[in-house]
Design a protein around this ligand. Structure first.
Ligand code: ATP
Ligand code: MG
Length: 339
């Protein structure tokens, strides 16, 4: 089976609806067709100022939510990035192959550092894409016909995957064929979700207000309220129209993705009905989807030991692959073996 590698940052106590429909739901589906490596990227989470207690809590909460959504630790390696030290080790080697100017062209750094003030941004934030390249390339497939590594990426990560491919190619060129170039994977049914209060911009944990975001672990009452209060558009017609009706369009898109039906079917179903009915049904659909996930997450978080065992097991599996890759890398680069 082709391999798939994906990571998510533990930078909030709960994932949100955009994370779920844009990425995490596909993680679950991809397990049927891929050998999956799923990683909670705590090393990436410290590139900006953070609170250690919160990081520890959020790392476990992230893993618990992934399990609750259906990531199956029997089939997939679910692990914490810092448990596999090869991530940092390969990142160092790759950083020595990256040009300073090349790294400086990464637009996400420019955006994020602008927010923190350019001089307050850490070198870690600057070299973040190189760590991401290491995250990916460690799981390069074994040499063999038709082996591939696929990386699901949103628009904002596309440039980083390009850098990853450049670095893999450069390494291969200088030190001999080692890495298979990873490919971008656009998962089926991934949907871009916008902010409930500002439906022209992406729902995001750093930019959205609490009213604009639906959290996976949110209580039912507030969740229902947020949907009922979502910004809609003038007029009364329930119609998919990104340009003129971004609010209704977002609600239709969420509804369609959750129910697994085409938007056109919903337009027919709601013909002649008001926005209120659409919102009421959507709120119910969200509760039906997220309540079992929230309850399973809560149960998993009651037993840290059990959760940590699952993560240790995932780290052992991922670590075995990472160790093999790193062994080849060390040898190719010219490091003396430890004997
Ligand atoms: P930040 O604001 O810190 O960038 P975020 O809310 O964008 O956070 P990320 O951790 O950057 O969340 O993204 C995790 C995954 O969720 C990525 O694969 C990203 O593409 C996806 N994702 C995030 N927001 C959305 C959204 N609104 N719609 C669809 N997918 C999303
Ligand atoms: Mg983001």
């Amino acid at each position: 089976a082709p391999r798939v590698l994906s990571g998510i940052q533990p930078t909030a106590d709960s994932f949100h609806l955009g994370n779920y429909l844009g990425a995490l739901r596909q993680w679950v589906a991809l397990q049927d067709t891929h050998e999956a490596f799923y990683c909670v990227v705590d090393l990436h989470a410290i590139t900006v100022e953070h609170d250690p207690q919160a990081l520890r809590r959020r790392t476990r909460a992230a893993a618990a939510q992934l399990l609750a959504m259906g990531v199956d630790p029997e089939r997939s390696a679910l692990f914490v990035q810092s448990h596999v030290p090869e991530h940092a080790e390969l990142a160092w080697v790759l950083s020595c192959l990256t040009g300073f100017g090349e790294a400086g062209r990464m637009t996400q750094f420019k955006d994020k550092s602008a927010k923190h003030g350019a001089s307050a941004a850490s070198v870690g934030l600057f070299t973040y894409p190189i760590l991401m390249a290491a995250d990916i390339l460690l799981y390069t497939p074994e040499p063999g016909e038709g082996q591939v590594l696929q990386v699901p990426v949103g628009e904002d990560q596309r440039q980083h995957l390009e850098l990853t491919r450049d670095l893999a190619q450069r390494f291969n060129h200088r030190f001999g064929e080692t890495f298979v170039l990873p490919g971008a994977y656009i998962p089926q049914g991934a949907a871009k979700i916008t902010d409930l209060q500002e439906p022209r911009v992406k729902m995001s944990k750093s930019a959205s207000t609490p009213q604009g975001i639906v959290e996976v672990l949110e209580d039912p009452g507030p969740m229902r309220k947020k949907i009922m209060r979502a910004v809609t558009d003038t007029g009364t017609e329930i119609r998919y129209d990104e340009e003129n009706k971004p609010g209704v369009t977002n609600l239709l898109r969420i509804h369609a993705a959750l129910e697994g039906v085409p938007v056109a079917e919903l337009e027919q179903r709601y013909a002649g009905q008001g926005y209120g009915q659409l919102k009421k049904d959507l709120a119910q659909l969200l509760l039906d989807t997220f309540t079992p996930i929230r309850e399973r997450t809560e149960r998993l978080l009651e037993d840290d030991k059990q959760l940590d065992r699952i993560l240790a097991d995932g780290a052992a599996r991922a670590g075995a692959v990472a160790a093999r890759t790193m062994e080849v890398v060390r040898e190719r680069v010219g490091f003396v073996g430890r004997g």
